[in-house]
Design a protein around this ligand. Structure first.
Ligand SMILES: *Cc1c(COP(=O)(O)O)cnc(C)c1O
Length: 226
């Protein structure tokens, strides 16, 4: 099936409150343009250089999301245009994003990545690290970043119960954080506006939506295998 058809099929099944990020990593610009011409305006990439190259070549009404692990020294290359950074997992990275956002006279929206999977290799904060980050004076002083939610990736497994458990766990962290920010004025500053829970990919997005996801990141089901 065509990229356009794949995209329309997926979109027709999504509830209105769920945002679709078309994950276009490794795919050539003509493929992305096919999705663009079918109405897609949010694209996700996992390498900064590749995202910059595509941003330069493509229409300027696209929202570019960085969904991969971000190296601190590369933030400057995307700071002028990136719409949302999904994989923020340290205060040090947040400080660099804040610095580069300030240089570009912007506020950059970020998601904090929470460690969910049982695998060793996945990036992300655990709950203690999340609390420590949000409580730190350095965080509270940052004016050019805004935390708009959380992101997580489930374990790579066929076990639906395992995936469901991990998504439900992330949703509960999100809800707790949401309630805390409503209550405690320290957090409900300019730096935090929680409205986004990024979870779910091609293989598990329906389950993710059932567990409370508001943003899904879909690659292969739109563009084909990589
Ligand atoms: C590649 C990638 C996706 C999309 O994966 P598909 O299985 O192709 O849908 C989603 N999220 C992240 C973080 C990715 O790196």
């Amino acid at each position: 099936m065509s990229i356009q058809q794949n995209l329309l099929n997926i979109k027709s099944t999504l509830p209105e409150h769920v945002t679709l990020v078309a994950v276009s990593k490794t795919k050539p610009v003509p493929d992305l343009m096919e999705a663009y011409n079918a109405g897609q305006r949010i694209f996700g990439e996992n390498k900064i250089q590749e995202m910059v190259d595509k941003w330069e070549q493509m229409p300027k009404d696209i929202e570019w999301h960085m969904i991969g692990h971000v190296q601190t020294n590369k933030v400057k290359f995307m700071a002028s245009f990136v719409s949302l950074i999904h994989g923020v997992d340290s205060l040090k990275l947040l400080e660099e994003i804040n610095k580069q956002a300030l240089k570009n006279n912007r506020i950059i929206d970020c998601l904090l990545q929470i460690y969910l999977a049982e695998e060793e290799s996945k990036f992300g904060l655990d709950e203690d690290e999340l609390s420590a980050l949000l409580a730190s004076p350095t965080f509270k002083e940052m004016k050019n970043i805004r935390i708009v939610g959380l992101m997580g990736m489930a374990t790579f497994t066929d076990n639906q119960n395992q995936i469901k458990k991990e998504f439900t766990h992330l949703k509960s962290i999100f809800d707790e954080l949401h309630n805390n920010t409503q209550r405690r004025d320290g957090l409900q500053s300019v730096s935090t506006t929680l409205n986004t829970l990024s979870m779910g990919m091609s293989s598990d997005y329906q389950l993710a939506i059932a567990c409370g996801s508001t943003m899904i990141r879909i690659g292969s089901s739109i563009f084909g295998g990589r």
